[in-house]
Design a protein around this ligand. Structure first.
Ligand code: FMN
Length: 158
């Protein structure tokens, strides 16, 4: 069990959650799902429109999740779906509300074909005093544990 790794993520339709759980298995880190107080609508078109407005307006949803003992972790993996080419608003709330300075932050995402686009840059902007590594991105729910393993090996985590 690696006590220094925290894996924080938001997932709307389970793809990012699946990737987060593989990272948990491969690293032995602690998993933490970000849950907004107000759940996002399940209907695709509705959530797409809501997310567009929230991202354009810089809205930060209140989180039900409280991330505990952040000081105990050196490395924080931060997972998000690609929403309009950037991070989902609950992840923005987390990055703004918690102090990740001095830590290594590893962004990861799942997407619908667009890749990670502005995700890494947005994380860097919200974590100016962290070492932000390159974003790892996976198409939808297609991730395999071997992919995650070789990525972590390349990073020197395994
Ligand atoms: C609100 C919303 C916006 C999205 N915007 C994009 C996008 O700009 N580019 C892209 O490739 N996929 C986009 N997608 C697809 C998701 O990134 C993709 O389905 C992802 O795997 C979902 O992760 P999740 O199951 O963890 O929520 C969007 C999905 C939603 C719901």
């Amino acid at each position: 069990m690696n006590k220094n790794i925290l894996i924080v993520y938001y997932s709307h339709s389970a793809n990012t959650g699946k990737l987060a759980k593989l990272i948990e298995q491969e690293t032995g880190g602690t998993l933490c799902e970000l849950l907004p107080e107000k759940v996002y609508p399940g209907d695709y078109n509705t959530v797409v429109e809501q997310a567009k407005k929230e991202i354009q307006g810089g809205f930060r949803p209140v989180l039900k999740t409280q991330v505990k003992d952040l000081a105990a972790y050196d490395t924080v993996f931060v997972g998000t779906p690609n929403w309009w080419s950037t991070i989902a608003p609950p992840v923005a709330t987390f990055l703004e509300n918690y102090d990740l300075s001095g830590k290594t932050v590893v962004p990861f995402c799942t997407h619908g074909g667009g890749g990670s686009v502005h995700i890494e840059a947005t994380v860097k902007k919200l974590c100016p005093d962290s070492t932000v590594l390159a974003a790892f991105s996976v198409y939808g729910g297609t991730v395999k544990s071997s992919q995650v393993e070789s990525w972590l090996k390349k990073m020197g985590v395994k």
